[in-house]
Ligand binder design. Structure first.
Ligand SMILES: C[S@@+](CC[C@H](N)C(=O)[O-])C[C@H]1O[C@@H](n2cnc3c(N)ncnc32)[C@H](O)[C@@H]1O
Length: 267
């Protein structure tokens, strides 16, 4: 069955045709087709961004400060315990999707696994009502402190608690405290994605009407490469994806937003 012409399908068709022309040494036509593919594929992320509600001024300030910092230097100077990078920031369309889910479902209790500098944390807090609450787990003290210092200058500070330390330990502690959440956003260590899901299910951290959102589930396109071409992280994310797909108690959908976002609910 012929696939309907999406930007990806059309760009890929152009590249396949370019390959055929290269084999026939028709370099001019091959170059024209590659240019056509580039034009079509290179515009997707920008088009998604510019057709999505913009970030608030507070979010824009977090993004700006996070991008300005010299993260490799902070690590070299021992200010961060692990190597972080500005590219870890969730992009605005992902934040707007989380805000949309919170607003539509009327969620009030959110758990985030992996705060970094608090970009998605604050975005989700913006969507919560005044009596809403978000707990965000972050292992890196420098990032946790930075996020807290941003929140202090916003009207949403009182909705947010950053839990410093290992997410898995925090999840266990939250369960011991009898806490449950309506939205859980997983965005920390890819090697632990399956552990986070197991913890959510074993500790009953999700309300039955709740939703789990997981970032980077396409993992740079590695999840659909043959296993020998995957990195350790790509393999871990693919194993997480298999775990979700094979779980009889879960229903899920993957959105090709940026590096892939999967929405999961209990059946
Ligand atoms: C991709 S970033 C999170 C981005 C963030 N959600 C945002 O909106 O910009 C991943 C974060 O998870 C943190 N992290 C990694 N392993 C962790 C763990 N085991 N427990 C808690 N946080 C962890 C990292 O320090 C990093 O700040």
């Amino acid at each position: 069955m012929k696939k309907s012409p999406t930007p990806l399908v059309m760009g890929i068709d152009n590249i396949r045709d370019a390959r055929d022309h290269l084999e026939k040494r028709d370099l001019g036509e091959a170059a024209r087709l590659i240019e056509a593919a580039l034009e079509r594929l290179a515009g997707i992320d920008e088009a998604v961004s510019s057709n999505t509600s913009p970030a608030s001024d507070h979010l824009a300030a977090i993004e700006k400060r996070t991008m300005e910092l010299d993260w490799p230097r902070l690590y070299r100077e021992g200010k961060t315990e692990r190597e972080l990078e500005a590219g870890m920031l969730l992009e605005n369309p992902g934040v707007q999707l989380l805000k949309m889910i919170i607003g539509m479902a009327g969620y009030k209790k959110v758990l985030e696994i992996g705060s970094f500098t608090g970009y998605a944390t604050l975005g989700m807090a913006e969507a919560l009502p005044g009596d809403g609450e978000i707990v965000s787990c972050e292992i890196e003290p420098y990032a946790a402190d930075m996020a807290r210092s941003f929140f202090r200058h916003t009207p949403h500070d009182k909705k947010i608690t950053i839990r410093a330390g290992s997410a898995l330990e925090s999840m266990k502690a939250l369960s011991d405290e009898g806490r449950r959440f309506e939205l859980i956003f997983i965005d920390a260590n890819k090697l632990e994605y399956r552990d986070y899901l197991n913890a959510i299910l074993d500790f009953s951290l999700l309300f039955p009407q709740g939703c789990i959102v997981v970032d980077n589930t396409l993992y740079r396109g590695e999840i659909y490469l043959p296993p020998e071409k995957r990195s350790v992280l790509g393999e871990a994310v693919e194993q997480f994806n298999r775990m979700v797909a094979d779980h009889p108690g879960l229903t899920h959908v993957m959105l090709p937003l940026r590096d892939g976002m999967t929405l999961i609910r209990l059946r």
